[in-house]
Design a protein around this ligand. Structure first.
Ligand code: NAG
Ligand code: NAG
Ligand code: NAG
Length: 254
């Protein structure tokens, strides 16, 4: 009797912990790829000076609010198979709204005037990265949030339109670390702004546009959900549930 109750309790616990979830509530937070170097928010893009801040390692990050807003930060380096010494690097910032269809498809619709890209093609751009506006609607066929059994932390798996999985993302902050969700640069056409590609303003020197500094990083009150803390709270939760279970069994026995 006792054994079977304990078994039932632990089965329910395991089911609760590992069940994958595909709701807006489960997306809530800031997610980052394994390198844990790329995060959305003011440490990646400074909208006042329109600076993209290059992270120290490639990676990607997505943030989602519970009320339909997203933010994306990616730093990707693609190897050039023909010229190994000529990798192309792209730093991209976008934000906007997201929508989950009843069939599970997740669509990210950016605010077109706010996206920015810094493209570095060292063998073809004379050492000058190209800074430009960027907008790209992203469609994911489906997504799933669950606990990674190996790392013991929340994992977000996004599946691209063709069904292939993106690299897994791990929960870094909840509440999410994000810039304001409204339009940041409505119709900015001043000399200072990023202009359309083709004009002389679209090319600026790398040092002007990329700050490796982290001076903006702590302007948010979002709490870093560090892994140990998470495991600890999970263990704590387990222990309390087991105690609760033992308590109810003791109660039933008398
Ligand atoms: C997604 O779009 C549909 C139709 O445009 C809308 O009814 C629904 O509220 C949207 N969902 C979210 C989460 O924004
Ligand atoms: C899911 O629904 C969306 C819009 O409702 C549609 O555009 C998309 O093609 C659908 N995806 C699949 C895999 O059926
Ligand atoms: C969005 O991107 C497309 C394709 O790059 C471009 O033609 C268009 O001008 C962009 N829109 C805005 C508002 O920047």
């Amino acid at each position: 009797m006792l054994k079977s109750i304990l078994f039932l309790v632990s089965t329910l616990l395991v089911a609760k912990t590992y069940a994958d979830d595909s709701t807006a509530e489960s997306l809530y937070g800031t997610w980052s790829s394994k390198s844990n170097q790329v995060f959305t928010g003011p440490g990646f893009y400074d909208p006042v000076d329109e600076l993209l801040i290059e992270p120290s390692l490639p990676g990607l990050s997505y943030s989602f609010t519970e009320d339909g807003y997203f933010e994306e930060a990616t730093y990707q380096v693609s190897a050039n198979p023909k010229k190994p010494g000529c990798p192309v690097a792209a730093v991209i910032y976008q934000h906007g709204t997201y929508n989950i269809s009843s069939n599970g498809t997740l669509v990210l619709t950016p605010i077109k005037v706010d996206g920015r890209q810094l493209l570095s093609d060292p063998c073809n751009d004379d050492g000058t990265s190209v800074y430009s506006r960027y907008n790209q609607t992203e469609t994911f066929k489906s997504f799933a949030v669950g606990v990674d059994p190996y790392h013991g932390i929340y994992k977000l798996q996004l599946y691209q339109f063709d069904g292939s999985p993106l690299q897994p993302l791990y929960l870094a902050y909840r509440p999410p670390m994000m810039l304001p969700t409204e339009t940041l640069n409505p119709t900015d056409n001043s000399d200072d702004s990023a202009s359309e590609t083709g004009s002389s303003n679209s090319k600026r020197s790398l040092s002007e546009l990329v700050k490796r500094g982290l001076e903006n990083k702590h302007r948010t009150n979002a709490v870093k959900n560090n892994h140990q803390g998470f495991i600890f709270s999970n263990v704590f939760w387990y222990v309390s549930m087991v105690l609760l279970g033992v308590g109810s069994i003791a109660f039933l026995a008398y």
